[in-house]
Design a protein around this ligand. Structure first.
Ligand code: CO
Length: 463
């Protein structure tokens, strides 16, 4: 299969001033690509269960004058420190629980036994950099040293997403689920200033919260998509099963969209579509007819979660193909139209966020697959023409392609993509720079070791 190395532990922490470069890295790239992702997949003699369980490592690719530096460091979360100090898992991960002798599961949701292993994404909020996962325990870090630097912020609930949206005026919007006898979905705003506290802008009661990895945003609306992969909060607290094993696929619920006003909190919906499952909203916007368009990387069902267990991935079983799917929600009629936008599968989606987030847009980029294994290509989707362009190289396995706009960019999508690619034959990874319009290679910087497959990262312009 050739990509198994992407699920193997990387012990080595390093700082390299200048990676070997092939091609030419644009001189206008002057910031850093910061990424987080799992990098250790066993603790003592114990294997972690799921890709999402791996202990978080931060990676930084720094750009200056066409040169590329690299540094990596484990995120010094309390979950990581517990592993270092005891040699055992101390906190409850996505699909792996600590040993029974170390903890009492029944306490975990309502006591601070949740992991702060922030291996999913990170955000820059003002001058602060914060790594995130789906527990309410974000970890701030120093982008220069990659050292942990304290707690990110308080989350008004027990679950959250690692996919906040930047808000007008410099803060961010994110989601939380408050679980208990009366559970609710909540959206909160966090101002950019250090020490700011979250302000709840909209909430919605729920009896069976859906698994939530991201949400959509338009100029007016927060777009909540409840895929029918739901949990009984009491079971979550009492079952004694790892977190994600408490969720159930309930297709009879359909996929339910609710629109919540960003300023007043007013809720419209739910508007119901056929059942499907997704991790990632790509973008959302209001169209000229007053409808709300929500683009999602959609799977037929929640089976993808099971496909991402490490034993399944290492066995080489192909991941299901994610479909770039457009839901057009009509508040006037209550109808939800659904269409697939392009033939190529697309996951780990990115857009030209600075220009297009929450607004009509034309281009999306992501990782794709031919359906026989893992992500093996980078895809550019033109959503107006409904066409795609791809980049691939034999034996290479790319991650999320992060779009960076050229400083003097004229049109949407004028810039480059940055993607960390595993070269299976070489046994190492490289940072790939592609022209975002043509997917022609601009250059690459070779890392001396493999970078385990991660999820998300951000490009931070130099301050
Ligand atoms: Co994600």
């Amino acid at each position: 299969m050739g990509y198994g190395l992407g699920f193997e532990t990387l012990e080595r922490e390093t700082r390299i001033e200048a990676l070997p470069v092939e091609g030419e890295i644009p001189g206008w790239l002057g910031g850093s690509l910061l990424r987080t992702g799992p990098a250790r997949f066993e603790v003592g003699a114990r294997e972690l269960s799921h890709w999402f369980d791996g202990l978080a490592m931060l990676h930084r690719f720094g750009f200056a004058g066409g040169a590329v530096s690299y540094a990596n460091r484990y995120l010094e979360s309390r979950a990581y420190r517990a592993v270092e100090e005891t040699g055992a898992i101390g906190y409850s991960e996505f699909a792996t629980d600590p040993c029974r002798s170390l903890f009492r599961r029944a306490m975990s949701l309502f006591q601070p036994a949740l992991s702060d292993n922030c291996n999913v994404n990170l955000v820059r909020l003002g001058e602060r950099f914060v790594a995130m996962t789906e527990t309410p325990l974000p970890v701030e870090f120093d982008p220069a040293t990659l050292a942990a630097a304290g707690v990110g912020w308080k989350v008004p609930g027990q679950l959250t997403t690692a996919h906040p949206h930047l808000d007008r005026g410099g803060g961010m919007l994110n989601y939380a689920a408050r679980l208990g006898p009366r559970s609710s979905y909540r959206f909160f705003r966090l101002a950019g200033a250090p020490g700011a506290t979250p302000e709840i802008v909209a909430s919605l009661p729920t009896r069976r919260p859906a698994y939530m990895h991201s949400f959509g945003l338009t100029e007016r609306w927060l777009v909540l998509a409840e895929f029918p992969f739901v949990v009984n909060p009491a079971a979550l607290a009492l079952s004694g099963r790892p977190y994600i094993e408490n969720y159930r696929w309930r297709p009879e619920l359909g996929t339910r969209f609710t629109l919540l006003d960003r300023s007043g909190g007013e809720a419209l919906g739910p508007f119901t579509a056929d059942p499907c499952f997704g991790f990632h909203h790509v973008n959302a916007f209001e169209d000229a007819h007053g409808d709300v368009v929500a683009d999602v990387c959609a799977f037929d069902d929640a089976g993808i979660v099971k496909c991402l267990y490490l034993d399944v991935l290492r066995a080489g079983r192909a991941i299901p193909a994610p479909e770039l799917t457009r839901f057009t929600i009509s508040p006037a009629t209550g109808a939800v139209a659904r269409e697939r936008l392009v033939d190529e599968p697309v996951e780990l989606p990115r857009i030209d966020y600075g220009r297009c987030n929450g607004r009509p847009y034309r281009y999306a980029w992501g990782a794709g697959t031919d359906g026989s294994g893992f992500f093996d290509r980078i895809v550019r989707a033109d959503l107006r023409e409904r066409t795609t362009v791809t980049w691939s190289e034999t034996g290479c396995w790319p991650g999320e392609p992060v779009f960076v706009a050229r400083p003097d960019a004229g049109d949407e999508g004028d810039g480059v993509l940055l993607s960390v690619v595993l070269d299976g034959a070489a046994g190492s990874s490289f940072l790939l720079v592609l022209d975002a319009a043509t997917l022609a290679e601009v250059g690459r910087a070779i890392v001396p070791h493999h970078v385990p497959f991660g999820f998300h990262g951000q490009y931070a312009a130099a301050a």
